[in-house]
Design a protein around this ligand. Structure first.
Ligand code: ZN
Length: 240
């Protein structure tokens, strides 16, 4: 993630490079700014383009409603839900001839293929799916960051805490809220790194924050995003 200052406001943006010819800037309802750019363009050049569009980006960001998604969702057909920072519309397909209901992600839809005799409600199926996704993503990102931590780790659990994104016990057990899988990946990573650094320092001391910063130099921007966007994630209360 990159960041620049424009008229006293921070613009943080993510760059996705591909085999395209021009640069496009997209401001998402989550207020995320994504820059799609050709493979060969330099970071400095992208920064200049983003800066030249600074006014437009800030205006666009301000236009986005504060709470994009209703605080209380039913998680039924037609509802919008978040997964890894992107919005998907729930679509349900009832079908015979499958042994188990499944969930598939398409471009803008999350498709619940429900067997006709399924006893579980859509909400329950979604919750199970979210928890499974959270578990595999948490494990994957922990493996990625562990070489920088070098401390023994206990059990990793996915929970439904009301007021926490994550926590670390004195025994080195790590708990994560399944809802972190709704966040964009950068924010998800911040929660992971935050808890992993508690394996080294079980407090919020200066040393703790230094170890977070060493791994994620831009952690303050990520933390700020999480605080500002907590409502979108159906979540109230403290952070970590
Ligand atoms: Zn903490």
């Amino acid at each position: 993630m990159y960041v620049l200052e424009h008229n006293n406001q921070l613009i943080n943006y993510r760059v996705i490079k591909s085999n395209r010819k021009s640069v496009a800037i997209i401001v998402y309802p989550t207020k995320e700014v994504i820059v799609r750019a050709p493979n060969q363009i330099s970071s400095d050049k992208i920064k200049n383009i983003v800066r030249s569009k600074g006014d437009w980006i800030i205006k666009k960001r301000n236009e986005m409603p504060e709470i994009v998604i209703p605080k209380k969702r039913d998680y039924t057909e037609g509802d919008k839900i978040l997964y890894r920072g992107k919005e998907y519309t729930i679509k349900v397909i009832n079908t015979v001839g499958i042994s188990q209901s499944t969930i598939l992600l398409k471009e803008k839809e999350i498709i619940i293929v429900k067997k006709t005799k399924e006893k579980k409600k859509i909400q329950e199926l979604l919750l199970e799916w979210y928890k499974g996704e959270a578990k595999s993503l948490v494990k994957e990102r922990i493996e990625f960051y562990m070489p920088q931590i070098k401390k023994p780790i206990g059990d990793i659990r996915i929970k439904s805490q009301k007021k926490r994104w994550g926590s670390c016990s004195s025994k080195g057990n790590l708990n994560f809220n399944w809802k972190i899988v709704m966040m964009p990946d950068e924010m998800f990573d911040y929660i992971i790194v935050h808890e992993l650094c508690h394996l080294k320092h079980l407090n919020h001391s200066k040393l703790f924050w230094e170890s977070v910063e060493k791994i994620l130099p831009d952690y303050k921007i990520r933390e700020k995003w999480i605080k500002e966007n907590t409502l979108q994630l159906d979540f109230k209360g403290g952070i970590l």
